[in-house]
Design a protein around this ligand. Structure first.
Ligand code: T1G
Length: 691
């Protein structure tokens, strides 16, 4: 775990705990023992602390969280490092995060590799730094910059760390050699300890502005607010009384539901890539892909692949449509340059990997072709037939459909085992979620390739089975219907949106529909009208809105009015909803925020339980990832299935039964929900059943 390498008067202490040198119990103990030994050894003049492998350390060991803390505690180890009678230099490479950053703050000097980065990301796990970070960092870089880093959890590059004064030097050549030279130069010099330094004064205007920003960005999360408190403490009190306060906050937060939910999300994001049946199956190497259809979706997909280093051939049916698509791609890149995300050189390099075409045969040299044409089965079948004839049998063919039946599409192709769904979310180059839809005949190699591509795109790739809407849109259709039912029972759209926004959703469902455009829902309703069960409860309000030209934000009105882009409640909608509701003959009542939330959440969970039983989603965590990363579910609630466990399944079951009693056959309580509730188990128990 800890290796010592004497180099003249300096000893290099190396932390070695793959994969990310987390400061687990063994590392903490090893560090403490080593520092004590080196401090006592008269032959040692100075110490360098470095990390083995790809990173300095990613900080506290997340697998130890939520369990009784094991001695020695990191703050005590760090206090011992700071108390060392000899100079200590920390050499940061890779990512020095959390406890890794805090170890550095106890050192005499810090040096960083040019491609290294450093940060205190605890807030992303619903925590605050617990080993002195909130008390030492303001003393080093000032309270405003410290609050920014602690409350946002963002990592800073070596260059920014240098500019902030967070490091003393950036290595020009060999990090460890330079760290050793720096340590040597400090031997015999007086040692300054950061904890003894006062916090430099802050410009009150800048401080107030940062506090206001942190409060605004918190959006229901408690950890960023704790950051304000703790930096205030650092400003007002000596380190000796500030540190215990930091520690107390750390433990309070560790026990909070928000941190539990965020830690669940962290683990789920990593667990989702582990698919036991694909173990040992090598994905195909793909460097060049094709995209058919250069509309909003297709051009976004092309950009996502270009950004990730792929070559992309973009195909449209006509020169005019192709040009419009290229304009879209160019527009996205110009915006990225303007906002400073990329520079001109990067823009040109990415665009150099894009080949436009109107010829299907130009796709023959690609390893994967994604169709993103108009969402209509006849159009897709015609295209797939032509692709089957024009492309080699091994070319993987993917559809970006959101609803259509992949089995029917696969029938249109020779070698249907190479067919797969890659369901991107708009804007495709931004949204983290990718549903990988596996059809009955999709081969394991093709599925593994889909997952590998998701990883290269740096997306959260979740495997879904074939059904109407896959995981996300199927849940969405269900809970959106419940929202419309509530409109027939006395609720107004703005009340439902407000309740769900209070829960933590980025936007309520009616506001989302306005953003996406109501015409999409309208077209789908018309398409499904013929096959709709006449006995099923159906709310035709979307039809009324669309007939009146209320297509949403783009029309300036939908469920709301948009004045200068700002959403406003429209009395006309209130009247329309009220008169429709009265016409249904249903009893009218008012809804509390809690009732609205419970009804929507229960519906999500119940449908989630159905799709687990059907095998559409493999594990509850897959559903959680889909809702959080594609549908605005607050990550600090951990997704609907985690929320269900936290709420208690018997309570949820009772609510599901109440909804079913009202909606009749249209709402079936999931047997899996009953089963888990009756046996006292949780959805979490299904996440890793074999462990
Ligand atoms: N503890 C335990 N395991 C960790 C870990 C950690 N802190 N960080 C990563 N791993 C595992 C991860 O589960 C995965 O395992 C493997 O490492 C590779 O990670 C008092 C106590 C470091 C930027 O919040 O942000 O310090 O799936 O797939 O994309 O204040 O991981 O292979 O089995 O993510 O290259 C603060 C969280 C802790 C850092 C690397 N630290 N980690 O990203 O690989 S709180 C964090 C990350 C703290 C003190 C407190 C990223 C990464 P497996 P990966 P990556």
């Amino acid at each position: 775990m800890i290796h010592l390498h004497p180099r003249g008067q300096v000893t290099l202490l190396e932390i070695d705990n793959p994969p990310v040198n987390a400061t687990s119990q063994a590392v903490r103990q090893g560090l403490l023992d080593a520092i004590e030994r080196l401090d006592a050894d008269p032959a040692v003049g100075a110490i360098v602390i470095a990390g083995a492998g790809r990173t300095f350390t990613a900080g506290g060991d997340i697998t130890e969280f939520g369990k009784p803390p094991l001695l020695p505690h990191l703050p005590d180890v760090i206090t011992r490092i700071e108390a060392c009678a000899k100079p200590v230099v920390v050499a940061w490479h890779g990512t020095a995060l959390g406890g890794g950053c805090e170890i550095g703050l106890a050192a005499t000097k810090r040096i960083i590799a040019p491609d290294g980065s450093v940060g205190l990301p605890e807030v992303k796990l619903g925590l605050m730094p617990g080993a002195g970070g909130t008390q030492r960092l303001p003393r080093l870089i000032g309270p405003v910059a410290a609050l920014d880093l602690i409350a946002s959890g963002r990592m800073v590059s070596a260059k920014e760390a240098l500019a902030l004064g967070l490091v003393d030097a950036m290595a020009a050549g060999h990090l460890r050699d330079e760290a050793i030279a720096l340590a040597e130069s400090l031997i015999g010099q007086p040692l300054e300890r950061l904890s003894a330094r006062p916090v430099p004064p802050a410009d009150p205007v800048a401080w107030d502005a940062m506090v206001a920003k942190v409060k605004k960005d918190a959006k229901g999360r408690i950890a960023p607010l704790a950051a304000i408190q703790l930096v205030e403490t650092a400003r007002a009190e000596p380190f000796a009384s500030g540190q215990p306060k930091e520690r107390a906050t750390f433990f309070d937060l560790m026990a909070s539901p928000q941190s539990k939910a965020l830690r669940h999300m962290f683990m789920a994001e990593r667990e989702v890539a582990r698919v036991p049946e694909l173990a040992g199956i090598a994905p195909r190497e793909i460097g060049h892909i094709g995209v058919i259809g250069a509309g909003t979706m297709g051009s976004g997909i092309a950009v996502a692949f270009l950004d990730a280093g792929f070559s992309v051939t973009l195909m449209e049916a006509s020169e005019a449509a192709l040009q419009a698509g290229l304009d879209r791609v160019n527009g996205l890149y110009l915006r990225s340059v303007k906002s400073g995300r990329i520079d001109e050189t990067i823009r040109l390099e990415r665009l150099s990997r894009l080949t436009p075409t109107t010829e299907i045969k130009a796709l023959a040299e690609t390893g994967l072709v994604i169709e993103a044409v108009f969402e209509d089965m006849a159009v897709k079948l015609d295209l797939l037939g032509r692709l089957g004839a024009a492309l080699p049998a091994e070319t993987i063919i993917a559809t970006n459909t959101s609803y259509l039946d992949l089995e029917v599409m696969a029938d249109a192709l020779p070698h249907p085992e190479r067919f797969i769904g890659l369901h991107f979310f708009s804007p495709a180059h931004v949204m983290k979620l990718l549903e990988i839809v596996r059809a009955r005949r999709t081969s394991k190699e093709v599925l593994a390739t889909g997952l590998a591509i998701g990883r290269r795109l740096r997306k959260i790739a979740v495997i879904a089975g074939v059904c109407d809407g896959f995981i996300g849109n199927r849940l969405l259709a269900r809970y959106r219907a419940q929202c419309e039912f509530m409109l027939e029972e006395g609720a107004l759209p703005q009340e439902i949106d407000a309740a769900l926004e209070a829960f933590g959703f980025a936007m309520g469902p009616f506001a989302v529909q306005d953003l996406a455009g109501l015409d999409i829902a309208w077209a789908r309703r018309k398409r499904l009208a013929a096959t709709r069960d006449p006995a099923a409860r159906d709310v035709p309000l979307v039809d009324r809105l669309c007939e009146a030209g209320r297509f949403g934000q783009k029309a300036g009105k939908g469920w709301y009015l948009y004045v200068d882009g700002k959403r406003q409640v429209d009395p006309e909608i209130d009247a329309l909803v009220r008169s429709h509701a009265a016409g249904t003959g249903r009893a009218q009542r008012s809804f509390t925020t809690a009732e609205i939330q419970s009804r929507v959440l229960t519906t999500m969970v119940n449908e989630g339980a159905h799709i687990l039983a059907e095998g559409i989603a493999a594990r509850p965590l897959d559903i959680d990832l889909v809702l959080v990363n594609g549908y605005g579910f607050p990550n600090w609630r951990g997704g609907p299935m985690h929320y269900a466990d936290e709420t208690g399944l018997p309570r949820l079951l009772a609510e599901a039964e109440a909804i079913a009693a009202r909606d009749g056959q249209a709402y079936a309580v999931a047997p899996l929900l009953r089963e888990l509730a009756a046996s006292g188990r949780t959805f979490a128990s299904l996440n890793t059943p074999d462990r």
